[in-house]
Ligand binder design. Sequence first.
Ligand SMILES: [Zn+2]
Length: 247
Amino acid sequence: MLPLELPTAAVATGAGLAAGLAAGVFHPRVMLFGPGVWRGPSRRRSVALTFDDGPHPHYTARVAELLARHRARATFFCIGRELERHASLAGELHAAGHQLANHTYRHGTGADLFHAARLTEDLRRCQEVLLKVTGATPRLYRPAVGIRNPVVHRAARTLGLTVVTWTLAARDGAFPFTAARAHAMAARARPGSILVLHDGSTQARSALREHTLASLPLLLEGLRARELELVTLDELLFPSPPGRGTG
Ligand SMILES: [Zn+2]
């Protein structure tokens, strides 16, 4: 079934329609099938660094160590299955002031994306693990591989989750995060930007993750040089009004 509201240009031709649908499914800034967030407010000079697919026993703690060295806090979109396996690691992230959010329980990109009840159950399972680790029910959800369709939005709505994509992607799941990419990302970031990298990997050891770790300090230094403060997504999206404490 097609969504009712398609851009006029996309309806014009079959190819245009396919392109429009692909944009809606994949493009992080196109929310064709439901509400979502790809950037935060730009009033303050804040950006949110996010890490997907962890926790990973070999890489997550090293990412956290680099963040601590740069006094930066980040948001980790965790895979529920990995959270269960590395709960103490996740607990350390939470204790260090980082935010943990839902990146599905099993990171399914097949049948899960076509059955709302099945995806809802998967997300609920991840919510339960996150609740155990952090003591709070998360409200942010990044779909696996950033894919959005009506099922993704329906499941998010059922659980009261806000769908979050990103403004800038390191694309370090497919390409080495080189020094040049780190510099470019720091240069392109704007107040309110949401940046995505990866701390997780399907492998025990990953050359791509080593690149991420090697260039992460360059990104952190580049953002600091531009006086952009690194905050969690909650702080970026739901800032407390000036002059008021968090109580
Ligand atoms: Zn992922």
